[in-house]
Design a protein around this ligand. Sequence first.
Ligand code: HPA
Length: 276
Amino acid sequence: MSKASDTETDLALAREALEYHFGGAPKIGLILGSGLSELVDFFEEAKEASYRELPGFMPSTVEGHKGALVRGKLEGVPVVAMAGRNHLYEGHSAAAVVFPLRALIHWGIDSVVITNAAGGISSNLAEGDLMLISDHLNLTGRNPLVGENVDSLGPRFPDMSYAYDPELREKAKEIGTNGGFDLKEGVYASNLGPSYETPAEVEMLDRMGADAVGMSTVLEVIAARHAGARVLGLSCITNLAAGKSKNVLSHDDVKEVANRVKGRMQHLVREFVKAI
Ligand code: HPA
């Protein structure tokens, strides 16, 4: 038998800690981005562990990101949520950014709902819209799979054709239609951040086919697909991207809009976990 890689050893430790804190894994994971962490307040039978208590999980340095893992039931369905995530712009490596999600997959989740706050580029999108992610542009210049491949996790060259699961997207669209709220769909581009884009960069992204832009999600999606987990991606359009409106951008405004829209996002996620 070949020797376990460092990643495999670290994942085994994280899994042990998850089992110690929470017991067995649910099937569904949620990554809650800026201003969306409060969904965990609706969990029944909630059990929480701070990222500080879990090996390989790092405390969040971003305001609006809680930094805890919460296991519970949402609409009676067992789920586990990452309330807050880590970003490249905090100085973490791509592998460190995706470690918590990999640990959850190693523990046993097989589907993940990944949410984020994003700036709207497409003229179809307005502040406060929810956008189902259909595909992405990874413009971070990083990839969490760089380095020796961990064959027990997934293949060296994973396919990304259906990174955002078509079946899960259909379910989300049905819920959007039945719930009477207008769910948009589009391509999410991720930059490294932490500065917001210049208007010229937004113009470039527009021509490249991006509908929305943010600073997260794409590395997590790559790691999830590598490990065979299914992904649903949802962006909360907290602002129009730079140059698309006269407003200047601030994280406070992003949090404020995310807070205003969270009811609809929460409704969508609750109905979604019931449906899958
Ligand atoms: N750009 C990048 N990231 C973001 C934005 C944006 O306009 N809004 C929220 N996150």
